[in-house]
Design a protein. Structure first.
Length: 323
């Protein structure tokens, strides 16, 4: 018995947001650009939105039910992903994608290419892809996915139609993270109370306990999310591409944890600095935030996660000892 392939739904996180509605309207009117830049804060949501859009492009409403194809494994849907621990999209991989979209469609009249984390294109790959944008292949839609659109060449951004997917901020999906943040706030309270001078051993002991727990939480959460996502990825994914995705999950989680850490530091500072007695800690809090920003820069340079956190907390401890 024939089992029709259903229309792929938009991600649940986009319910009630304008981007899917605008895209559906553009599709219906035939006003969709040949290159779309899909941006937002969550790569998983962007991936789901891109697949839903690809499904609608490759299985238009007039497609007979028995001719509808699932988007995963569709012969006219192509993917370009970063590879390896460095998570780079190379010139060779970009050329390979371009050669595929230059060929006529196999199952219909249209082709779609998804460029996952397109900001990972190195300089050579970016320049090669730019030439394709200048002379786009016929009957092809290019979907560029990124959480960092400003890392792309301005000329690539200017030649792509921008769609930003705004999703509500969800709790960071790391078991034990709220408890870690509470203990971090307690550590800040210890420093603010003068422990950096009067009880440095206690402050140091708590510091290294927090650093060790951070590493365990990040590793465990990465393994859990990777196991869930791996089940949804295409079977022909190369080992290097899979490694890049797993590394991307870890770095995405780490960036969210760091953002939570910065938020917790700022919130605590605003709470305690409202009293005259605590005003003397303003300089130390300012230094703490600056060190945290420096840590974010180190992590972008692939500095070890726990080493960067340890360095930040030692610098914060030193700032409070000089208060």
């Amino acid at each position: 018995m024939f089992a029709p392939v259903p229309v792929l739904p938009w991600p649940d996180a986009l319910a009630g947001t304008p981007a899917p509605v605008v895209l559906e309207q553009a599709l219906a009117r035939g006003r969709l650009a040949h290159s779309l830049l899909l941006t937002g804060d969550d790569l998983q949501v962007l991936r789901g939105a891109a697949l839903a859009l690809a499904d609608r492009l490759l299985n238009p409403p007039e497609t007979a039910p028995e001719r509808r194809r699932a988007i995963e494994g569709h012969p006219d849907c192509f993917h370009l992903r970063a590879a390896g621990k460095s998570r780079q999209i190379t010139a060779d991989a970009t050329r390979e994608l371009i050669s595929k979209v230059q060929v006529s469609a196999l199952a219909g009249s249209h082709k779609v290419a998804l460029l996952h984390e397109c900001d990972r294109m190195n300089t050579a790959a970016s320049n090669i892809f730019l030439k394709t944008l200048e002379e786009p292949p016929a009957h092809t839609t290019l979907l560029l996915l990124t959480t960092r659109p400003h890392a792309l060449l301005p000329t690539i951004r200017s030649r792509s139609q921008l769609f930003r997917f705004v999703t509500p901020r969800l709790p960071t999906p790391v078991d034990g993270w709220p408890a870690w943040l509470e203990d971090y706030r307690a550590w800040l309270a210890l420093l603010q109370g003068g422990a950096a001078k009067t009880a440095p051993a206690d402050a140091m002991f708590r510091l290294y306990g927090l650093v060790a727990r951070f590493g365990v939480l990040l590793e465990t959460a990465t393994d859990t999310l990777w196991a869930a996502q791996k089940a949804t990825l295409p079977e022909d994914l190369t080992e290097e591409e899979a490694q890049a995705i797993e590394t991307g999950i870890s770095k995405g989680l780490r960036d969210r944890l760091l953002a939570d850490l910065e938020r917790a530091t700022g919130e605590y500072a605003r709470e305690v600095l409202v009293t005259p007695a605590a005003a003397s800690g303003a300089r130390a809090f300012g230094e703490t935030v600056r060190h945290l920003e420096h840590t974010a820069g180190l992590l972008r340079l692939n500095f070890n996660d726990t080493s960067a956190l340890e360095l930040f907390m030692l610098q914060a401890l030193r700032a409070w000892a000089r208060r």
